[in-house]
Design a binder for this molecule. Structure first.
Ligand SMILES: Nc1ncnc2c1ncn2[C@@H]1O[C@H](COP(=O)(O)OP(=O)(O)OP(=O)(O)O)[C@@H](O)[C@H]1O
Length: 261
């Protein structure tokens, strides 16, 4: 039965197990994400981080376990249905339309929120026009928040890399999600771009109160930004806690930080 609860965690993942043939990518992983929380998932290569995102985003269906968003079942739903429930995602490889301008890419992010289709838009011109204006206003707020004004009319394919990643973040925000999944948001960035991204993520949390799950190899970024961290190793959750707790957890040091040192 569908229900919406104002209390309790925003997202709840219980005992997720995902297997590919003989490989167990996730082995009974449980975690919760609170409203407004910046939650990070870390672990060495092959630990299961992408598998978690793919289960949350509806790309993979875990063989065992449940995922709920505000108490509503999300497990096994198709990616479009999961997006419509309020889960947005950014990708390691950019998910923008190269030939469309930045503004049009952001408008596309709002597509599922638009009520007026093409034909009804012609019939109900006034209503469609009003809807268009309100969507454009929402997009303008994102442009301002992410300081994208100088690039608004630039085709996405011509944007500098760091700006294109920011535009992708903007496209995800344009969906007005309840939860944002960030897949290695600073991969391939230089130090300045990385610091800018950290600043924008903090701004998003502060201004929008949006919950985010971050998968990232850059440990400094994770430890600086995250409220809580889940550490995985070989598909098993080996620790959950504040960055401080995780950095001092012997199992995590052994599995990950120790290995990287
Ligand atoms: N589609 C698939 N088919 C078979 N095995 C897979 C598939 N996807 C993931 N795996 C396996 O599941 C395990 C977890 O992979 P996953 O990609 O989730 O790890 P990860 O922590 O994201 O790694 P990385 O940091 O390298 O991106 C690995 O052993 C991987 O080889």
């Amino acid at each position: 039965m569908e229900r919406v609860t104002a209390e309790g965690p925003l997202l709840e993942a219980r005992e997720l197990t995902l297997r590919f043939g003989g490989v167990t990518a996730l082995d009974g992983v449980s975690f919760e994400v609170a409203r407004g929380e910046l939650f990070a998932v870390i672990g060495p290569n092959g630990a299961g981080k992408t598998s978690i995102f793919n289960c949350l985003g509806g790309v993979y269906r875990p063989q065992h376990g449940t995922i709920t968003l505000e108490g509503n079942g999300l497990t096994g739903r198709a990616p479009a249905a999961v997006a419509a429930m309020g889960v947005a995602r950014t990708f390691q490889n950019l998910g923008l339309f190269r030939h469309l301008t930045l503004i049009d890419n952001l408008m596309l992010g709002r597509h599922h929120l638009m009520r007026t289709g093409f034909v009804s838009g012609m019939v109900w011109w006034g209503k469609a026009k009003r809807e268009e204006i309100s969507h454009r206003a929402a997009v303008e707020e994102i442009v301002e928040l992410l300081e994208l004004e100088p690039y608004r009319s630039t085709p996405a394919g011509l944007l500098p890399y760091g700006v294109a990643k920011r535009a992708e973040l903007g496209r995800a925000l344009a969906m007005e999600p309840k939860l944002l999944l960030l897949d290695e948001p600073v991969a391939g960035m230089n130090l300045e771009e990385t610091e800018d991204t950290a600043r924008y993520l903090l701004e998003i949390r502060r201004e929008l109160g949006l919950a985010m799950i971050l998968v990232e190899h850059d440990m400094r970024l994770v430890m600086d930004l995250a409220d809580r961290v889940l550490a995985l190793d070989f598909g098993v959750a080996i620790g959950t806690g504040t960055p401080e707790e995780i950095q001092h957890d012997p199992r995590v040091i052994d599995a990950y930080l120790g290995g990287a040192a």
